[in-house]
Design a protein around this ligand. Structure first.
Ligand code: NDP
Length: 253
């Protein structure tokens, strides 16, 4: 049986920010397996080259820091010139800093805001300037179950992801009229480097498994299907939505 043509994204060009490892790399792999020309991004050229070597199909790398406006402008322009016009952008780069809010340092607040929220604005705006001119494009912002709910010690992270949800809706409002669909993907608890301290904490891991209807931690591959849907013509009339891929966690108490 063949896939429905609505899900065909073969030949599209896709940029995934923060894709040297973890969720970004798994999403890039999914896009590559679906026949996209994929551009990996991160700050470390060697790490990116190693990641690219492990993916199928036509894979490129673009080394730039997505928190830096001028680097983003130059990086997107260079990537489009070298690889081709972007059809799909995945704003994935992100970080976590865990600390009680009373002890959270000013510099850390600005760093997490810059990395998790400002990057989506900077890269999204630059890509959308080009996509709106061409009249089509798909942008997927990687939100989180913490766009909706929070736990002690991660208030700044949840603030960035809650704001990213609203930025997603705002991008939809501004760019939807020009044929660009913007949506979010909200992962639940997924095993990656970012969550390693939590995975290794047996008490926390037991809590995650018990609290998740699916009864387990998520795997990076669990997120691929949702992304391929949001990046495909099947989602041409879907805008400003956050698709939570969390084993059901945000739906239950
Ligand atoms: P990782 O820490 O494993 O990977 C983060 C990636 O982002 C790396 O490739 C890193 O590459 C890159 N990166 C970080 N800062 C920058 C920057 N300034 N410029 C360019 N690249 C950057 O994180 P995850 O894979 O776990 O998370 C990915 C996204 O998913 C994040 O937005 C996170 O908030 C979100 N998420 C994760 C969940 C989880 O359970 N893991 C749950 C919900 C959401 P390098 O250091 O080489 O630059």
């Amino acid at each position: 049986m063949t896939a429905h043509p609505l899900f065909d994204i073969g030949g599209r060009t896709a940029l995934v920010t923060g894709s040297s490892r973890g969720i970004g790399l798994a999403l890039a792999r999914g896009l590559a397996e679906a026949g996209c020309r994929v551009i990996l991004n991160g700050r470390d050229g060697d790490r990116l080259a190693k990641a690219a070597a492990g993916l199928p199909g036509e894979v490129h790398t673009a080394v730039f820091d997505v928190t830096d406006g001028p680097s983003v402008t130059a990086g997107i322009a260079e990537a489009e010139e070298r690889v081709g016009p972007l059809d799909i952008l995945v704003n994935n780069a992100g970080m976590q800093l865990r600390a009680p809010l009373l002890e959270f340092a000013d510099a850390d607040w600005h760093r997490i805001l810059d990395t998790n929220l400002t990057t989506a604005f900077l890269v999204g705006r630059e890509a959308a300037r080009r996509m709106t001119e061409r009249g089509h494009g798909k942008i997927v912002n990687i939100c989180s179950l913490q766009s909706e709910v929070v736990r002690p010690g991660i208030a700044p992270y949840a603030a960035t992801k809650g704001a990213l949800k609203m930025l997603t809706k705002g991008m939809c409002a501004d760019w939807g009229p020009y044929g660009v669909q913007v949506n979010g993907l909200g992962p639940g608890y997924i095993e990656t480097e970012l969550t390693r301290p939590l995975v290794e904490d047996e008490e926390f891991s037991t809590w995650v498994r018990g609290r998740t209807p699916a009864g387990r931690w998520g795997r990076t591959e669990d997120l691929v299907g949702g992304l391929l849907f949001l990046a495909s013509p099947a989602a041409d009339f879907v805008g400003g939505q956050i698709l939570y891929v969390d084993g059901g966690m945000t739906s239950v108490l």
